[in-house]
Design a protein around this ligand. Structure first.
Ligand code: HEM
Length: 460
């Protein structure tokens, strides 16, 4: 028998889950269902029967590494999530191919630790103003919808990073809600990725109106920045400088698309992470106490600034563990451009591969007590060194790895330390919280927080 024939015998068919086994759990609780499918397959490739749509769920860290890093060019971001995203953000840093490559090259230097450090003072100032605005709530003992408040605070901070002082308060206040409408109103396009653009779907009109508002705000700022880039370190000025020399309308379009992409990629992800945090701390008083102590030592009652950040080491471990259990980027779909193989399993060209950090982060094969929240896993002397690089990948990996990690690890600690220097949170939310499959993973249920001033109780 030829070696080729032997090879054929070695090719395995992936275990497949038929529709009758996938449908009910997916309808009830889709994100946990995905985690369950990966667990049943013990991290091996499994094909999900979803009627005519039969994606592969890829959760083994070796396979994730293969798709995101080793063979990334054969696994572009196409179809599914990506097509509706393109209607909002164009061919930008969050697309693929040559447009992505050019945008990534230009933006990479703007999100290094060093560059982000140059933005920290402005971020800290905006965050401090936002937290001060909560003082009346705290004095009145009012419960606040923490997702809404976190989104507002993160949005203000990101707008400051993107536009510096070039945007008016009124325009900044239009941008956040318009983006929110645009991002949620393409849900039907997300569910029907194969519907052609000319077929009207629910949400299309709201989407178009929201995009119009975004463009009314962003385009004049882009044109001004191109005319006079100045030497500011805000992202719009830096992009205008970097694209000097390109044809004007092309440069305008690209800068607009990249700003919209960065806004989208940063606000929702950071806001949802900072929503999951509070119920988790409430459920783990020993972790909360240690975190409060660290903030007390590092920040005291003073303002939080760039110098505090490297000393908030426990907070970093808390965030890493939070992003393990509730990764905002919970699903990273890819399409196989050519036939390939994952382990023993042949993958046909055109197949959709679902990579889910949520599923991989909870595999028993790679995590001890995977469902337990334990920041010690990420302590400086923890077992990080021994762990597979792709057992924990909340920021993705390979050439598309999140460009905003350093921004997140500056912005989020500034916010949390700023809050904890002044307040202690009380939490009102049902348990267990259900992860809801929006563009970023958020709790399905309402999470409310009441901020109690440190050293004094809330008024009744
Ligand atoms: C908790 C916060 C965040 C999480 C969990 C997160 C997660 C991710 C993940 C998983 C990817 C990879 C996507 C893929 O492979 O298809 C990604 C890419 C990206 N992220 Fe983030 N992100 C976060 C915050 C941010 C922030 C603050 C920014 C702001 C700059 C940002 C900007 C981007 C961009 C532009 C990309 C696309 C990079 C590329 O394809 O070259 N993210 N992010």
């Amino acid at each position: 028998m030829s070696s080729e024939a032997l090879n054929i015998h070695r090719i395995a068919r992936p275990p497949a889950l038929p529709l009758r086994r996938t449908l009910r759990p997916l309808l009830r609780d889709p994100v946990n269902a995905l985690g369950g499918f990966a667990r049943q397959a013990r991290g091996q490739v499994v094909r999900l029967g979803l009627g005519p749509f039969r994606p592969y769920l890829v959760s083994h860290p070796d396979h994730v590494q293969h798709v995101l890093r080793r063979d990334w060019e054969n696994h572009p971001r196409e179809g599914m999530l990506w097509k509706p995203v393109e209607r909002l953000a164009g061919r930008s840093i969050i697309s693929d191919g040559p447009d992505w490559e050019s945008a990534r090259r230009i933006m990479q230097p703007l999100f290094t630790t060093r560059y982000v450090a140059s933005l920290t003072r402005d971020m800290a100032e905006t965050i401090d103003e936002g937290i001060t605005a909560w003082e009346p709530y705290a004095r009145a003992g009012r419960w606040i919808d923490i997702y809404e408040e976190m989104s507002r605070l993160v949005s203000k901070t990101v707008i400051r990073v993107l536009f510096g002082s070039k945007i008016s308060v009124a325009d900044a206040e239009r941008l956040g809600p318009a983006y929110g409408v645009a991002a949620t109103s393409f849900a039907s396009r997300l569910l029907l990725p194969f519907a052609p653009d000319w077929i009207p779907l629910p949400g299309d009109r709201a989407f178009m109106r929201a995009v119009k508002t975004i463009d009314e705000v962003v385009m004049p700022l882009v044109r001004n920045a191109i005319r006079e880039p100045g030497d500011g370190n805000d992202i719009i000025s830096a992009l205008a400088r970097a694209r000097r020399g390109e044809e004007a309308t092309t440069a305008e379009r690209r800068i607009r698309d990249d700003l919209v992409s960065i806004y989208g990629a940063s606000v929702e992800t950071t806001a949802v992470a900072l929503t999951w945090l509070w119920p988790i701390l409430d459920d783990h008083p020993e972790v909360a106490a240690r975190l409060y102590e660290e903030v007390e030592t590092v920040v005291g009652r003073g303002p939080v600034d760039a110098e505090c950040l490297p000393r908030l080491t426990y907070m970093k471990a808390v965030f890493n563990e939070l992003l393990r259990l509730y990764p905002p980027g919970w699903i990273l779909p890819r399409r196989a451009a050519k036939p390939s193989r994952l382990g023993d399993v042949p993958i046909e060209a055109g197949s959709t591969l679902l990579i889910s950090p949520f599923a991989t982060h909870r595999l028993e094969e790679f995590w001890d007590r995977p469902e337990e929240f334990d920041p010690e896993r990420f302590a400086e002397d923890g077992d990080q060194e021994r762990r597979h690089r792709y057992a924990h990948f909340p920021f993705g990996g390979g050439p598309h790895v999140c460009i905003g990690q350093h921004l997140f690890f500056a912005e989020a600690p500034l916010m949390v330390a700023g809050i904890l220097a002044r307040f202690r949170p009380e939490v009102r939310a049902p348990r267990p919280l259900t992860p809801f499959p929006a563009a970023s993973l958020r709790p399905k249920e309402l999470v409310e927080v009441r901020l109690v001033p440190v050293g004094g109780g809330a008024a009744a």
